[in-house]
Design a protein around this ligand. Structure first.
Ligand SMILES: NC(=O)c1ccc[n+]([C@@H]2O[C@H](COP(=O)([O-])OP(=O)(O)OC[C@H]3O[C@@H](n4cnc5c(N)ncnc54)[C@H](O)[C@@H]3O)[C@@H](O)[C@H]2O)c1
Length: 307
C-alpha cells in the first residue's frame, strides 16, 4: 500500500495525514520546526476527536501517522511526497530542491500550494515532470474537493496517478486543463472577497453584513446548485443582461485594497491580533473552528437526516 511522506506538519499537513490514515494509508510527517513535530500527535488526536472517531479506533489511526526528524528519513520510505509548507515561493523552492536531492526520481511530488503557479514552483526542480498541483481544502478530512492541476512540465501520467489516488480516497476531484494561480476555488473565493472589500471601501455596508448576506443566501444556494447550472436555470439571456449592467460597477482593483491595507498596517490582522474586519474576543477562534467543522459535517449528512 502507498506510503505517503508529508513535508510540513501544520494545519494542512496534519489534516492531510488524518485523511490518509482514515483511508488506511500510512503517512510520515516531517516539519523543520521541532515544536510542530512534538505537537503532531496531540493535533491529530484533537482532529480525530472532532470527527467523533471512537477512542479505540483513534489510536489505530494515529499509529499510522509518524513524525520523522529529517527530510532524508521521510523520503527513504515515501512512495508519494506531499509538500505542504508555508505559502512562500522561496520556501517551496528550497524544500523541493532538498526533496529532489534525497528522493528517488520516480517518486511523484505533490504541492498543496493555494495560489502559486505549479510551473513557478517547479522552477527549482531538476525534474519538474515530478511535480503535480494537488490542492486540498481545509479541513482536508471533511471537505470533499481536491483540485488537481499540471504544471507546464508535469508528466501527464503522474497527474492521472494523483487523480486516481485521490479519487480512491472517496474525494471529489477536479482536474484543471492547465496551470493557473489559485486553481479554481481560490480564484472564485478571492473574486468574491475583492468585491466584498470594495463594497466596504465604498461605504455600502459593514464587514459583518457581508457575512450575513453570504451565509443566509449564496452560501446556502451554492451547496445545492452551482453558479453555472443556476445561470442556465434562470436563462443565459437574463444572465447576460444582468452581467452587462453590473460588470461596470464591480471592482477591478489589482494593487491597493484600502480597508485591508489600513487594518494590516495597524496590526489588526484578525483572530491572532484580537481585531480585524470583525472583533475577536478570546475564545471566538475556537468557536469558529468548531462551527466550521460542525457546519460542513451537517451539510454532508444524507439529505433525509438533516434537520
Ligand atoms: N490553511 C488553509 O486553509 C490551506 C488550504 C489549502 C492549502 N493550503 C496551503 O497548504 C500549505 C500549508 O499551509 P498551512 O495552512 O498548513 O500552514 P501552516 O503554517 O499551518 O503549516 C506550514 C508548516 O510548514 C512548516 N515549514 C516551513 N518551512 C519548512 C521547511 N523548509 N521544511 C519543512 N517544514 C517547513 C512550518 O513549520 C509549518 O508547520 C500552504 O501552501 C498553503 O497555502 C492552506
Amino acid at each position: 500500500m502507498t506510503r505517503f511522506g508529508i513535508i510540513g506538519g501544520g494545519l494542512m499537513g496534519h489534516g492531510i495525514a488524518v485523511t490518509l490514515a482514515r483511508a488506511g494509508y500510512h503517512a510520515d510527517v516531517f516539519d523543520n520546526d521541532p515544536a510542530v513535530l512534538a505537537r503532531l500527535d496531540d493535533r491529530v488526536g484533537r482532529s480525530l476527536a472532532r470527527l467523533a472517531v471512537p477512542s479505540h479506533e483513534a489510536q489505530a489511526l494515529a499509529d499510522r501517522i509518524t513524525p520523522v526528524g529529517s527530510l532524508p528519513e521521510l523520503a527513504k520510505n515515501a512512495q508519494v511526497l506531499i509538500e505542504s509548507v508555508s505559502e512562500r515561493l522561496a520556501v517551496k523552492h528550497e524544500v523541493l530542491a532538498a526533496v529532489e536531492a534525497c528522493s528517488a526520481p520516480e517518486v511523484p511530488v505533490w504541492t498543496n500550494t493555494s495560489v502559486l503557479s505549479i510551473s513557478a514552483i517547479a522552477k527549482a526542480m531538476l525534474q519538474p515532470r515530478r511535480l503535480v498541483g494537488v490542492h486540498w481544502w481545509n479541513p482536508p478530512y471533511l471537505v470533499p474537493l481536491v483540485e488537481i492541476a499540471p504544471g507546464a512540465d508535469s508528466d501527464p501520467a503522474l497527474v492521472t496517478h494523483a487523480h486516481e489516488l485521490i479519487a480512491a480516497l472517496g474525494k471529489t476531484t477536479v482536474r484543471l486543463h492547465r496551470d493557473v494561480p489559485g486553481f479554481i476555488g481560490n480564484r472564485l473565493q478571492f473574486a468574491l472577497l475583492r468585491e466584498a472589500l470594495h463594497l466596504i471601501d465604498e461605504g455600502v455596508c459593514e464587514p459583518d453584513t457581508i457575512d450575513t448576506v453570504v451565509r443566509s443566501s449564496l452560501g446556502l444556494r451554492w451547496a445545492a446548485v452551482g453558479p453555472m447550472e443556476n445561470a442556465d436555470y434562470i436563462g443565459l439571456d437574463l444572465t447576460r443582461a444582468i452581467l452587462g449592467n453590473l460588470a461596470p460597477w464591480l471592482s477591478t482593483r489589482t494593487t491597493a485594497f484600502p480597508t485591508l491595507d489600513r487594518l494590516v498596517a495597524a496590526g489588526d490582522t484578525g483572530r491572532a491580533a484580537g481585531r480585524g474586519l470583525t472583533g475577536w474576543s478570546s475564545g471566538r477562534g475556537g468557536e469558529v473552528a468548531e462551527r466550521l467543522e460542525a457546519g460542513i459535517r451537517h451539510n454532508l449528512r444524507p439529505e433525509g437526516s438533516r434537520s
